[in-house]
Design a protein around this ligand. Structure first.
Ligand code: CU
Length: 231
């Protein structure tokens, strides 16, 4: 018990910085909102259950008077039964509607329709291989384990793998997307903040899977243009 208390204390003091709760793109923001919504609902259920739990513990505790009393057997209670049938439906609906909506939005954005990206979007070809990431830009500039993106511009990734299945993930910027040999998957988002964000492979892919990390730098348009010209 003491150890658990200490653990939560440390967690609190660490001011824990969770990447998925620190969105820096339009897509990541939607995902973070969903996490908060489901967490909020869970807490609501948890608190209500705990209050009822303590209430019943007190109400039905054994006292001198009730020691030898066996309460009446209640066979049904229409209102109670309705409540615990309908309430979960309501909770699930509250959770399901925004989740399905966000999933549709993101999937149409992610998998694209195979059309060319609209207007201003920049395209980055991504190749995952044991154990690094290679990024190729429109103008032929390539980089390994270093992804540079301009802030406020839609980016479209075309991803494929040279060997086994990997998964492309920058928690601050978007959800995971599988990177599959012989196939092209797509992902797009618009970074909203500048900064350096860690990306990683999120699918176990071999001995050095944990080292399959890359750095994502979101910079100003001018810095991005300059970086593109280098090399
Ligand atoms: Cu991998």
């Amino acid at each position: 018990m003491k150890k658990t208390g200490l653990f939560f204390m440390l967690l609190l003091l660490s001011g824990c910085n969770m990447r998925v709760l620190n969105p820096a793109s339009d897509t990541a923001e939607k995902l973070t909102d969903l996490i908060y919504l489901s967490f909020g609902l869970m807490m609501l259920v948890f608190v209500i259950v705990m209050i009822l739990f303590v209430h019943f513990l007190r109400k039905f505790r054994e006292t001198k008077e009730t020691q030898n009393v066996i309460p009446d057997d209640e066979s049904e209670n229409k209102w109670l039964e309705l409540t615990w049938t309908v309430l979960p439906f309501v909770l699930l609906a509250v959770l399901a509607v925004p989740t399905v909506k966000a999933t549709y939005d993101l999937t149409s954005q992610v998998s694209g329709s195979g059309e060319e990206p609209q207007g201003e979007a920049i395209v980055v070809e991504v190749v995952g291989q044991q154990f690094n990431w290679r990024f190729t830009y429109d103008n032929g500039r390539t980089s390994v384990d270093e992804l540079v993106l301009p802030v406020g511009r839609e980016v479209e990734f075309h991803l494929t793998s040279n060997d086994v299945i990997h998964s492309f993930w920058v928690p601050n910027l978007a959800g995971k997307i599988d990177v599959i040999p012989g196939e092209e998957t797509r992902l797009s988002f618009q970074p909203s903040d500048t900064g350096t964000f860690q990306g990683k492979c999120a699918e176990f892919c071999g001995a050095e899977h944990t080292l399959m990390r890359f750095e994502t730098r979101v910079v100003s348009e001018a810095e991005f243009k300059q970086w593109l010209r280098e090399q």
